[in-house]
Design a protein around this ligand. Structure first.
Ligand SMILES: C[S@@+](CC[C@H](N)C(=O)[O-])C[C@H]1O[C@@H](n2cnc3c(N)ncnc32)[C@H](O)[C@@H]1O
Length: 461
């Protein structure tokens, strides 16, 4: 794949694996499998690895998060008819009318707040964005504006500035919990305004999401178009969020520097970002044609690999397993993206009767991975290895020697060579197991510029 193509981020937070693809992971894959073979990217995430390999291998991709499987599907799946149709796709024709109609209705819910937001975002940028900017108190007025945002609760409450949304909120949400297709679509507006998104941004996202759902079943490419447009919308949302790179917590507005960063994100035009993302995906598919026959699944991996499961008729040559390293579940960190895809107005989690700062959906609706549980992670690796062996597939595992939940536990318990122990564990299933390590600078939140050892375990024979 061309370098400029792989640099396209499917989602903004895509990172480490892209940097590791070109030599480290690609080298191991080439040592395990001839081009033309079938690779199962079992925890595909942002689909970075599957995409990278897709010009030389057939790719099956899977992830339990729906937003990940949407992204993977847009980048990997499709037949010749679809790839020809993409060139002539007219998103404005497909989406324009339903988008405008929803936007007209949703903006009527908070006209004064929208005007105030537009003006305050400009004023804050002028006040804090340049040295010696005019000190008009805009930063504090914006803080007050954010504090006045109505909460997504069934009890009415909030400021008159957001009328009629403030009074209508309880009814809007309870109606749509019964029928999520009602126009105007308002989920992002009600749940995440001034938390992870600006008001106008949330309304535009709701309107695009609504328009995508409205593509008629009679359209021969209805399903593919919905997936393609939704992947572009996920990208646009992931680059516009005023959170950091994830949705575990919104940013605090206390410090002026944080406030300015948030305001700059809220000035991003999501609609423009959506069309740019569409063009980028379309260009990549044109420049780097896929081998064909790719399939995407959206299942817990134990279900996917189960005997008689969806892979029963597939010949899988190599499984690439890149599970979560830490106790942080992706379902919590990226809950907003999952809610955007599901678009079902979920009940939100309460603590002590109050909404959480992160506005998570109820815990029982969020998937909790065994790879994120200290007591389960070893068992999870053992099950995958046994399943892959039974499928007759080689196995390539990505993990972190230093930051991995399992390897870190072993180190803490006195194990001096966690990578060797991991290799020995896999030898119960495969006769030939090798490990490779590489130092990588981590630039994630809180652990900037820390060097960690990335680990690959190659299992075959
Ligand atoms: C480290 S990320 C994968 C990153 C990916 N290689 C990329 O390049 O973006 C781990 C992924 O595993 C998924 N996951 C965690 N537990 C899973 C399970 N039991 N079944 C399926 N997917 C799972 C998460 O949703 C997450 O997307």
């Amino acid at each position: 794949m061309r370098q400029n193509s792989i640099e396209l981020r499917t989602l903004w937070f895509m990172g480490a694996k892209t940097r590791l693809c070109s030599e480290f992971i690609d080298g191991a894959v080439s040592d395990l499998l001839e081009p033309g073979g079938t690779i199962l990217d079992l925890c595909t995430g942002t689909a970075a690895v599957g995409r990278f390999l897709s010009t030389r291998y057939r790719i099956l991709a899977n992830d339990v998060q729906n937003f990940s499987s949407v992204v993977a599907s847009a980048h990997l799946e499709g037949d010749d008819a679809w790839f020809s149709a993409i060139e002539y796709l007219d998103p404005r024709e497909d989406l324009g009318r339903a988008f405008e109609s929803n936007l007209r209705l949703v903006t009527r819910l908070a006209p004064e707040a929208l005007t105030t937001e537009d003006s305050l975002l400009d004023q804050v940028e002028r006040e804090l964005g340049v040295s010696d900017g005019p000190q008009t108190g805009a930063a504090d007025r914006y803080r007050q504006f954010v504090a006045a945002t109505p909460l997504p609760q069934v009890e009415p409450g909030g400021s008159p500035l957001f009328q009629p949304l403030t009074s209508a909120m309880p009814g809007l949400i309870s109606q749509r919990r019964r029928d999520p297709t009602i126009e105007p679509a308002v989920l992002m507006t009600c749940y995440y305004t001034n938390v992870y998104l600006g008001l106008r941004q949330a309304m535009v996202i709701d309107s695009l999401r609504h328009a995508i759902a409205q593509i008629p079943e009679t359209d021969p490419f209805a399903r593919r178009k919905r997936t393609f447009y939704l992947a572009a919308l996920l990208h646009a949302v992931s680059v516009s969020t005023s959170g950091t790179s994830h949705f575990a917590q919104p940013r605090s507005l206390e410090k002026d520097s944080e406030l300015l960063a948030v305001v700059r994100r809220r000035r991003i035009d999501v609609e423009e970002g959506f069309y740019l993302a569409l063009d980028a995906i379309r260009r990549e598919l044109g420049e780097s044609p896929r081998l064909g026959g790719n399939r995407v699944f959206g299942l817990p991996l134990d279900d996917l690999l189960a005997e008689g499961g969806p892979l029963a008729d597939e010949k899988v040559d190599l499984v690439y397993l890149d599970p979560p390293y830490t106790a942080d579940n992706y379902s919590r960190f990226y809950h907003l993206l999952e809610t955007l895809v599901d678009y079902d107005y979920p009940e939100l989690e309460l603590r002590g009767g109050e909404l959480t700062r992160g506005r998570y959906s109820l815990r029982e609706h969020r998937f909790r991975s065994d790879f994120c549980k200290a007591g389960e992670v070893e068992g999870a690796f053992n099950r995958v290895a046994a399943d892959c062996r039974r499928l007759g597939a080689r196995l390539l595992i990505s993990y972190s020697t230093d930051a991995g939940l399992m390897t870190k536990r072993w180190s803490r318990a006195g194990e001096e060579k966690p990578a060797s122990r991991f290799r020995d564990m896999m030898r119960q299933y495969y006769p030939q197991v090798e490990f490779r390590e590489k130092n990588l600078m981590h630039s994630g939140q809180g652990d900037s510029n820390r060097s960690v050892r990335e680990l690959l375990i190659l299992c075959e024979g």
